[in-house]
Design a binder for this molecule. Structure first.
Ligand code: IMP
Length: 197
């Protein structure tokens, strides 16, 4: 079975990718390989950052390398926090503080003016030099209050008008079906399977 090395230490992401690939690739995380390269995610786009990580890992392992980069894009804030989502207000600041701050920054914006999306870009870099990315998005709005206990990060302020709740109020499976990451992973799976034929 062809092996794929995933540039993450996050167990949930590894589990989700394994579920989506359903045995068609052997998924190995950086952690399992015992490597943790210090990668400077200094790109200006999600695509650049995902490619930086996947290229580094492919060079280190000589194997098909996969990396993702994701974040929350808020239209009224000119796309911020965007590629800076993890670093917004400092990596060690709690998401209760970050989410409270974003709600404050959105004061005065109503309804559709609060539009936002979660973006996930997955990059695949092959040992023969081929590389490509795919992008999944989930549209929503910044809520007026923090709601929900599931998920992580900005989920408690990410309101989904069609569902009448935040992404922190969806089950793990429910979120995976509609999430930016789920969509990008399924696109990646289809493209990898197409590349094989
Ligand atoms: P990374 O791509 O895993 O480094 O994630 C970047 C950051 O974007 C995370 O630390 C979160 O702040 C935010 N983020 C990305 N995806 C989600 C999500 O599904 N829910 C909540 N926050 C997210």
């Amino acid at each position: 079975m062809q092996r794929l090395v995933f540039a993450t230490g996050n167990k949930d992401k590894v589990r989700e990718l394994k579920e989506i690939l359903d045995g068609s690739f052997e998924v190995v995380s950086m952690k399992e390989l015992g490597i943790s390269p210090d990668i400077d995610e200094n790109g200006e786009t999600f695509e650049e950052n995902a490619l930086i990580k996947a290229r580094t890992l492919c060079q280190l392992t000589g194997q098909l390398a996969v990396a993702d980069d994701s974040g929350l894009v808020i239209d009224a804030l000119n796309g911020e926090p965007g590629v800076h989502s993890a670093r917004f207000m400092g990596e060690d600041t709690s998401y209760t503080i970050k989410n409270t701050k974003l709600i404050e920054m959105m004061e005065g914006y109503q309804g559709e003016e609060r539009s936002a999306r979660f973006v996930c870009v997955i990059a695949c870099v092959f040992p023969d030099g081929r590389e490509w990315t795919c992008r999944g998005e989930m549209e929503g709005q910044i809520g007026y209050e923090i709601q929900g206990e599931n998920g992580f990060g900005y989920d408690p302020i990410f309101f989904l008008p069609e569902y009448g709740c935040t992404s922190a109020q969806l089950s793990r499976e429910g979120k995976n079906e509609i999430s930016h990451r789920g969509k990008a992973m399924r696109m990646m799976r289809d493209r990898l399977q197409g590349d094989r034929q």
